[in-house]
Design a binder for this molecule. Structure first.
Ligand SMILES: [Mn+2]
Length: 327
């Protein structure tokens, strides 16, 4: 991996660029969206032409942040002075926009994933940061940007969502300090939290109920595995990208160390989301099956039908638990 550039270097390059495109990852989450929107607002307030370029949909609970920043038109800026990938650092995380990213006269990456490859001319990759929003906050400070309510709400979205609302192990005093500072600039934490967390579709909640009812518990309840089938989604009308929260609910069950959500994505394609609670390393399991991620949150895709994939995952997870429990 390339060495990180300094915030000052990034600030200077941004200052001298006029047309700027931002590239958050596919399946955009609160961190990617919040970081990108905060950045886009700051750039426009500096008088730049800036857009967030996407290739897929935004989940309903994040739409409130988009006040004309998002576009899917790759020609909106034909020769960007600068392109910035945000909360991602591998072209597989923005596959249909990868060519466009490299048309930037200068490229940048701002990310906190340990798997980030340093693909840009200038990179700031800090795996210890809880959210990319923390890095964008730091950069906007160095750029001497005037913070406002919109920037504060965006960065709060980023940090609250990537820390599991300040519950996950990645949460630090810095996460809290940044949020505390955002209040001084008009942060509306309750309004934002209602938009994000209390805005579920009935289809999503029904899907959660059906999927959770079918949970299989293994090794005295240390492992919980649940399946999202195409049939369930058809019945409820829920979108696949709205089912991600189920794995967090599974992990929250008392006694569960590893939660696995197995999602049918075709006849011979199953996507798997893994979460661990205290000691298990699900990144290890995911990597063994061709995927990747963090120690406590990882995933992979298995080219088998959902039932076969669930069996494969179950065997691997039993091994992982037994590795720690010494039997
Ligand atoms: Mn993130």
């Amino acid at each position: 991996m390339k060495e990180n550039s300094s915030y000052k270097t990034l600030a200077e390059i941004i200052n001298s660029s006029h047309n700027i495109l931002l590239f958050p990852h596919i399946n955009i989450d609160g961190d990617a969206m919040g970081s990108s929107v905060a950045m886009c607002i700051a750039l426009r307030n500096m008088g730049k032409e800036a857009y967030i370029l996407l290739e897929d949909e935004i989940s309903d609970n994040l739409l409130f942040l988009d006040d004309g920043y998002v576009t899917r038109d790759q020609n909106i800026i034909s020769n960007p002075d600068l392109t910035i990938c945000i909360d991602c650092g591998e072209t597989s995380r923005f596959p249909k926009r990868a060519d466009k990213f490299f048309t930037g006269k200068v490229t940048m990456c701002i990310d906190h994933h340990g798997t980030s490859e340093g693909i840009a001319d200038y990179n700031i990759i800090e795996p210890d940061a809880a959210a990319t929003g923390e890095l964008v906050y730091g950069l906007l400070k160095v750029m001497d940007i005037e913070f406002n309510k919109e920037i504060s709400n965006s960065l709060f979205t980023s940090i609250t969502m990537d820390t599991g609302n300040f519950q996950y192990a990645n949460t630090t005093s810095k996460s809290h300090q940044i949020v505390a500072a955002l209040y001084k600039h008009g942060l509306e934490s309750n309004k934002v939290s209602i938009n994000i967390y209390e805005n579920n579709s009935w289809a999503k909640i029904q899907t959660e109920a059906i999927v959770l009812a079918g949970t299989e518990f293994v090794l005295d309840g240390k492992i919980a595995i649940a399946k999202v089938t195409a049939d369930i989604l058809k019945k409820t009308g829920c979108k696949m990208n709205e089912t991600e929260s189920i794995v967090t609910i599974l992990r929250s069950i008392s006694g569960v160390e590893i939660a696995a959500l197995v999602k049918e994505d075709g006849q011979k394609k199953t996507r798997v989301s893994l979460r661990s609670k205290k000691y298990a390393n699900v990144a290890k399991t995911a990597v063994a099956l061709g995927g990747g991620g963090h120690v406590k949150a990882a995933g992979c895709t298995i080219d088998k039908n959902i039932d076969e994939a669930a069996e494969i995952i179950k065997k691997e997870l039993i091994k992982e638990i037994k590795r720690h429990n010494g039997n």
